[in-house]
Structure formats: C-alpha cells, structure tokens
Design a protein around this ligand. Structure first.
Ligand SMILES: [Ca+2]
Length: 483
C-alpha cells in the first residue's frame, strides 16, 4: 500500500463530514433536476466485501443500516458470483465480459485493452458525465490498455466535487470505489469500537480463536465505514433531487480477505452482495436468488440508459428481471475463474482454475494442481502470498503443527487435487471434497462436461489444457509499488 492509498484509507479525502455538506447541498441544489431520457448510473463498490456481511443477508453482528434500507427499496440478490481478485472482477463489471476474454485483463496486475467496449465509455459517448472516486479499475495499470483516465471514470475527490463540477444539463455516471474493507486494518479496531469477540460468527474454514474473531471484527469496522459513506452520498443525491432518476448498484468486488476466501474459487472468495435500486422502476422489497455474474452489470446499465446491447458483452441485462418483465433469468449455473493474483510463485506464474456453481454444488477444476494455490512456501518476500497478510493468516501459520489447527492449514495453504466437488446442502462451507466419491460420480461428470462446454463456447484460452501464454503477460506492478 503506497502513501496515497494510506491517505485515502485514513478516510481524509472524499469523506468531508457528510452532515455539513448535506446541509449546504440542500441550498445548492434547489433547482429541479433536468429532464433527460436515461437515468444517472451510480455504482458503489466496496473492496473485498463478501456475502453475507450485511444485515439484510441475516448477519446480526455487522451493522449496515444504509445498505439494508437501500436494498429493501429495490432488488437485493443472494446468488451473485465474481472473480475473487480485484482487477479482473472490476474489469468484468466494466466490460460485460468474462475475465478470460480480456487478454491481459485476466490478471490482478494487468490491464484492460481499450478495444473492449465498456459501459462508462458508451455512456460518455451519449453525453454522460463520467466520474470516479478512489478505486476504479485496479490495481492493474489502466494506462497500459490505452486509457487516459481510469476506465471507471475521471478521478474526483468525492461525489460532491464531481457533482459540483458537472454541467447541470448532463446525466452522470459515477463510481464510488471504497478502499474498505480491504486490508490493512487497524488491529483491534473492532474491539476498541466496543464490539464483542463473543458475538462473532467464525466461518467454518477458519479456526475459532480470539485472534481470528478480533480480525473479523476489524473487517466489520471497515464494512460499516463503507456503509456510512454510502449513506452520506445517498443523502447528497436526495438533496440534489436526483435520487428518483438514478439507477444505483451496490456491491463488493470479491470475498473477504482471509485464508481460503479471497483469491479462491470457494464461495468465500467469489460470492458477493448486490442490490439494484431505481425508484419508480424497480419494485421495492424484491429478494432475488437468480444466479448472477459481474458481466451482467454493464449490459444492465446500457439497457437502462436506452443504449443498444453490445455483442462484445457476454453478460445478460438484469433489467427485465428487476422490473418484473420476466420471472427469472432461467439459469441453473454460474461460472467462476481465476488466473494470476499476486507475484508469489517461482517464474511468476498464477494458479489457473475454473469453477461451476449451481444451487446444490460447486465443482472446481484446478488446471495446474502441481502449483501452490496460495503461493510458494519458499518465496523470500512473502510466503503463501495470495493470502493477504493478516492476524488470521499468521495464527494459522504459527500453529499449523497443532492437531486442532493443522486442518485449517491444509484447507488454505496446501496443494489441491485437480478436481474438487462440494455438496452444498450437506457442506455449505465447502470443506469436504467429494470429487473422488463414487456416490457423486454422475454429478461430477455432468458438471465437468458443462464446464468444458462453457470454456469452449466462451473461447477460454485454457480449454483443453491450453492457455500457457497467459502466464507470459507482463506483471504490471511497478517496483516502486511493491510493498
Ligand atoms: Ca478487492
């Protein structure tokens, strides 16, 4: 994390006390909102915010009153899956494509070639003012793809500054990319804030120890900060008279930054919150269990703003679903994938894997199972570096030889077989791989075949054992940024 990120992380920028601004904005925005054809598009994307860390999803410990209230005023989704790595997940959202169809955009430290259309560019062509606060596409280096600005928009200190600078007759497309709840955390901030260790629900893939409980509370603190900042922006929007003409999307780019979560194809890495709100257009109170991918969002934005669909986008607009034109998306599966995350293996290779998620099963194919899924144990700079440094990681590593902790070390750090299959009804935490169990042979074969079909149909470079050239794409993180 560089100094600018730390500055942002401290919450100095973009978080000018909301209350003060709200009071002044009520004065500033007395004029009625201009009439226009399409709505504003406002995206809130938290960094590493996984499902189900919100009150509306049943979590009674983390407090997300703004998300809960907004989600109830529109459609909230319970089965959204994305790539468990920041850049490719965000790239998929922007372009409506699978990460493996984005060339260098498939990696964490890559870029999106600008030949692939994205929704922000399309809206800019249609007269939208496009802006961004904090983390847009990233941490990949967007300039290498031919972009002058971040593909998520031109950078502003905050929504307030963006809105004040925007020509009044133009609709806007704004992206609020919080750096929360990405690490690092202030260790013990959850306990310091008065949260109780005993209240924490520890996921079954992590050891139930005070160090881990405290780490999870620190995660909650950051989710709650994201929620507050989002609430402040919504108040500004309301004061400006724009709320009724704005389509709002709230989500997270990947799962929690803990061992066996982020950078893994298990649900804890790929399953994220999502709510879509558009007053007067999307009926309130909808809870939707359709299987959704991040490449569905760009087509949704284009349809909502009356733009023609892009054949380059493989996702499907969610608008017919959320507006009640169709009862379901008609899907019985979603796909997940990963390539290179951090620089943590000899030869700077990744850990390519693909997965298929249905309501009942998760099937994963590890395409290079001879490699270490979390990174090499012997890297000098960082051991098992696809797992973010954290008290939880340190605890497991330091206690890995104890019988009670060894299984957790096995789950998150050790090598994995080429195939994994989890029976979600009996094993919701995805702890017991049944891929070799004869009882599951039929379903394993079916899911394996469907995964092959998808890889072929979407021209996945990894189909039939290929795709080694993906490993040759440059690692774009500048030496000065290594930390
Ligand atoms: Ca992230």
């Amino acid at each position: 994390m560089n100094i600018y990120q730390r500055f942002f992380k401290a919450g100095v920028l973009c978080v000018l006390p909301g209350a003060i601004w709200i009071l002044s904005s009520a004065y500033m925005f007395k004029a009625p909102a201009p009439s226009r054809q399409g709505p504003n598009i406002l995206v809130f994307i938290a960094d590493d915010w996984g499902y189900p860390y919100a009150g509306i999803y049943g979590d009674t410990v983390v407090k997300t009153p703004n998300f809960d209230k907004l989600a109830k005023s529109g459609a909230v989704f319970t089965n959204v899956f994305t790539t468990p790595s920041c850049s490719p997940s965000r790239a998929s959202l922007l372009t409506g494509r699978w990460p493996h169809n984005l060339e260098q955009g498939v990696h964490l430290w890559g870029f999106i070639p600008d030949k692939f259309p994205n929704y922000t560019a399309k809206l800019a062509e249609q007269g939208y003012e496009v802006g961004l606060c904090r983390k847009g596409y990233g941490p990949g280096e967007y300039q290498l793809g031919g972009y002058a600005n971040n593909p998520a928009g031109k950078g502003y200190r905050g929504f307030k500054e963006f809105y004040a600078a925007k020509p009044k007759d133009k609709p806007f497309c704004f992206w609020f990319g919080s750096l929360d709840p990405h690490r690092p955390y202030e260790k013990g901030s959850g306990v310091s804030a008065g949260k109780s260790l005993s209240s924490v629900k520890v996921p079954a893939f992590l050891p139930d120890r005070p160090e881990v409980r405290s780490d999870i509370l620190d995660y909650h603190v950051e989710i709650e900060r994201f929620d507050r900042e989002m609430g402040d922006i919504i108040k500004m929007l309301e004061a400006a008279g724009e709320l009724d003409n704005t389509l709002i999307v709230i989500t997270g780019d990947n799962g929690m930054p803990f061992p066996r979560a982020k950078a893994n194809l298990y649900d804890a890495g790929t399953h994220v919150p999502l709510a879509i709100i558009w007053p007067g257009k999307i009926k309130p109170g909808q809870v939707l269990s359709d299987l959704v991918g991040f490449n569905d969002l760009a087509p949704t934005f284009l349809e909502a703003t009356n733009q023609p669909p892009q054949t380059a986008m493989s996702g499907k607009s969610l608008l017919p679903l959320v507006t009640g034109k169709v009862k379901s998306l008609g899907r019985d599966k979603m796909f997940v994938e990963r390539e290179r995350h951090a620089r943590v293996r000899e030869g700077n290779v990744g850990y390519p894997a693909r997965g298929i998620r249905t309501n009942d099963f998760l099937y994963i194919r590890n395409l290079r199972p001879e490699r270490w899924p979390a990174g090499d144990p012997k890297m000098e700079s960082v051991q098992y570096g696809d797992i973010d440094d954290s008290p939880s990681k340190t605890y497991i590593m330091e206690h890995k030889d104890e019988p009670a902790i060894a299984p957790f070390f096995q789950l998150a750090f050790q090598k994995r077989p080429a195939e994994e299959l989890y029976d979600l009804k009996n094993d919701p935490w995805q702890l017991k791989n049944v891929a070799q169990d004869k009882k599951y042979e039929t379903i394993r074969g079916k899911l394996s075949g469907e995964l092959n079909n998808w890889m072929e149909a979407t021209k996945d470079p990894r189909v039939n054992g290929g795709g080694d050239y993906l490993e040759q794409y440059p690692f774009t993180k500048a030496v000065s940024k290594m930390d």
